[in-house]
Design a protein around this ligand. Sequence first.
Ligand code: FE2
Length: 181
Amino acid sequence: MAVIYIRDTGEEIRGEENVRRFLESQEVLYEYWNPSKLPEDLQNVCHLNDEDKNQVLSTYDEEIRSLAERRGYKKWDVISLNKDTPDLDTLLKKFEQVHTHTEDEVRAITAGSGSFVIKGEETGYFDVRLSPGDVISVPVNTPHFFTLSEEKQVVAVRLFIDPEGWVAHTFNDPEFEKTKS
Ligand SMILES: [Fe+2]
């Protein structure tokens, strides 16, 4: 279950109702897809071949189609990152730059963990720490970035309206730099 950490105040928000209420107030979609639906040999496994990735998609077919129907997504895939991913550190550095998109960014975490760091209008930057089952969507034009946690591995289903249009626009923000110190 996701945990929220608000950078300005150091406040942590835990518990399903509290997390849902906070994310709703930020217009961030939140859902939970039961991680135990995955075949046992894929539960919390982040080294996946193409066949495994298809298995993840077929396991959550109903959830994916329901979300796609409600919100207009047309395509979906699965990505996995782990310590054997070539150039993982370079990739993470690239990820950790605040940016925006012209469509929302949906991720369903099915194994491993990671955080979205999102700029709230009034709360400032907050981290959404995600574990298997957590599904979120960062709203259109909202500054954010994604990063892995210490275990450095994740599997996520991504849904797109138009994968070609899903481009990152850098968002230089002195306010974010302050939250790092
Ligand atoms: Fe993004």
